[in-house]
Design a binder for this molecule. Structure first.
Ligand SMILES: [Zn+2]
Ligand SMILES: [Zn+2]
Length: 549
């Protein structure tokens, strides 16, 4: 590594949706761009999400010098409170993102052990080693999103983060695409690939206005509208339309309330002019006429407000047959089934559902379509290009745009060296995922996760027994003390007896004399597992707790 070269490794977000995390290493410093979480999948019971194993990351590359956070979506900041205590470092981000991080830290009862710096578009931060980070405001589906120009005296990298070019955003300034030309020469561009397969330019956030207005003006006396709670621009548009139509707006979601509160605090939302009534647990039933209720749950989340309303668990508003439920959102990959199931339950209640499946006009993405990605590449003219933020086909979509830059297709953990000679792959050091338990927030390894899944699939059988320490005679022959999740309770006694009968001979003919107690337990565990399997037909999780006295 030459003194003025830089090492770059995308730890997460490549070949997957979520968990975005990229390290930039320069002169011994480690700059961490984004620290995201990834949604759990259906086969991962009780899991809140997945994060990278940060201990492994920082043990390999060194402790972080600074965290640079591009925007406040969970796939960019969600992991921060889960490892920050052990790896504190100064934190740089915009006011909106910082507000969200503060809320997270309060929730987790964490304190900032290092300085926090609120930045805004146009700011340049130069670190001691002469690495400079310029923050560039971009349009996205959450306020105050930035791309980063990371430069050293010899190298210039553009880290796009999540972005799109919105020519006429409703509440922000548009990004002057041509003006980005001043950032040239760019040695490397890391670009958001999420929507690389979507043709043409990105659609403006404003395009949802008229389609949503048509539904709000329609015959349904009450409308439940769900969207991403962090999309303040969408919430504000709905609130404005509702007010114009003389409807009363309610917010029935802590996350939406939070967005509006932050919006008001940072001067992005005029709470006096656009009144929203907050629905809490104690709110009495609201009038069903002329009401627009903003709710969370657009991803079909089991414990969301929308799911609670559908299950009649919200006193203020039970779902009725005249209601309309609008999903002004898209499914995040992996959540499709949960959303379909929730929609089915809504329809079962007699209410009408409209999502992007029925009307594409009620949602637009915050990610650049292929033409926007092309425009960014053209205006920056990078020597090398690395698609990030997406599954393989998203990344491949950027490659297929046939731009002039040399394209490097990364997988998580690939280590690159950037110098004036170009970008060079060095090695690949995959980082383990940790599974975050939804209740305790304790990180779990893959091994523990696998045991949890096996327990869920196969149930638990516990065996106990007592063996003589010296002559290895059975003082209490091993027997099933408990079975959970295998068969119905009234069948357990019969199964217990059958296993006992089947193993009686085997236990006495097996030579335990030279076995340690650990070996005895292992032998007993295998014997019982085989027998239980004979009866229930599956590899049950068996624990053996034989003690020696
Ligand atoms: Zn985002
Ligand atoms: Zn993202």
């Amino acid at each position: 590594m030459t003194d003025d070269s830089m090492r770059i490794t995308p730890i997460g977000g490549c070949g997957e949706f979520g968990k975005n995390l990229t390290l930039y290493m320069y002169k011994g410093s480690v700059y961490v761009v984004d620290c995201g979480v990834k949604f759990a999948e259906v086969w991962q019971p009780g899991i809140m999400g997945l994060i990278a194993n940060f201990d492994q990351v920082f043990a390999a590359y060194g402790a972080p010098t600074a965290y640079l956070l591009t925007h406040g979506h969970e796939d960019h900041i969600g992991a921060l409170p889960l490892f920050y205590e052990d790896w504190p470092a100064p934190l740089y981000t915009t006011a909106w993102t910082m507000e969200l991080i503060k809320i997270k830290f309060e929730k987790y009862r964490l304190s900032f052990k290092s300085k926090t710096h609120v930045v805004k578009g146009g700011d340049k931060i130069t670190f001691a080693d002469e690495l400079c980070v310029e923050w560039l405001t971009m349009n996205h589906s959450i306020p105050m999103t930035c791309s980063l120009l990371i430069s050293t005296p010899k190298l210039r990298i553009f880290h796009s983060g999540d972005f799109k070019f919105d020519p006429d955003p409703p509440y922000e300034q548009p990004t002057e695409v041509k003006a980005l030309q001043r950032l040239r020469p760019i040695d490397l561009l890391l670009v958001d690939s999420t929507n690389s397969a979507a043709p043409g330019d990105s659609l403006s956030e404003k395009t949802v206005r008229e389609p949503l207005r048509a539904y709000l003006r329609g015959d349904h006396p009450r409308i439940f509208l769900t969207t991403f709670a962090s999309n303040l621009w969408r919430l504000l548009q709905v609130i404005e339309i509702a007010q114009e139509l003389g409807k009363r707006v309610y917010a029935c979601s802590r996350a939406i309330e939070t967005s509006l509160e932050i919006g008001a605090r940072l001067g992005l939302y005029d709470a006096d002019r656009y009144r929203v009534t907050v629905i809490t647990k104690t709110t009495r039933r609201i009038a069903a006429d002329q009401a627009v209720v903003l709710v969370s749950g657009c991803q079909g989340e089991r414990f969301s407000t929308l799911a609670s309303i559908v299950s009649d668990r919200v006193r203020a508003c039970a779902l009725g047959a005249d209601d309309l439920v609008l999903f002004s959102s898209r499914p995040i990959p992996g959540n499709e089934l949960a959303i379909i199931k929730l929609c089915e339950r809504i329809k079962e209640r007699g209410a009408r559902v409209v999502s992007v499946r029925e009307d594409r006009g009620i949602h637009v993405s915050g990610h650049a379509h292929s033409q926007d990605i092309k425009n960014l590449i053209e205006v920056l003219a990078p020597k090398t290009l690395m698609p990030v933020h997406g599954n393989y086909s998203h990344l491949d979509g950027v490659q297929k745009l046939n731009c002039e830059a040399q394209v490097f297709m990364p997988t998580n953990g690939d280590l690159f060296e950037l110098s004036q000679a170009g970008l060079k792959p060095l090695a690949s050091e995959p980082v383990d995922d940790l599974y975050i338990d939804a209740e305790s927030l304790v990180p779990l390894s893959f091994r523990t996760m696998k045991s949890r899944v096996r327990l869920g699939e196969s149930g638990l059988c516990e065996v106990v027994g007592v063996i003589d320490k010296r002559n290895r005679n059975w003082l209490l022959p091993p027997h099933i003390s408990n079975m959970t999740g295998i068969i119905e309770d009234d069948g357990i006694a019969a199964l217990r007896q059958r296993v006992k009968d089947a193993l009686r001979e085997q236990l006495h003919s097996t030579d335990f004399a030279n076995q340690t107690i650990a070996q005895v337990n292992n032998t007993v565990r295998i014997m019982f597992r085989r027998q239980v399997n004979l009866y229930v037909g599956k590899k049950t999780f068996v624990t053996s707790n034989v003690v020696e006295v």
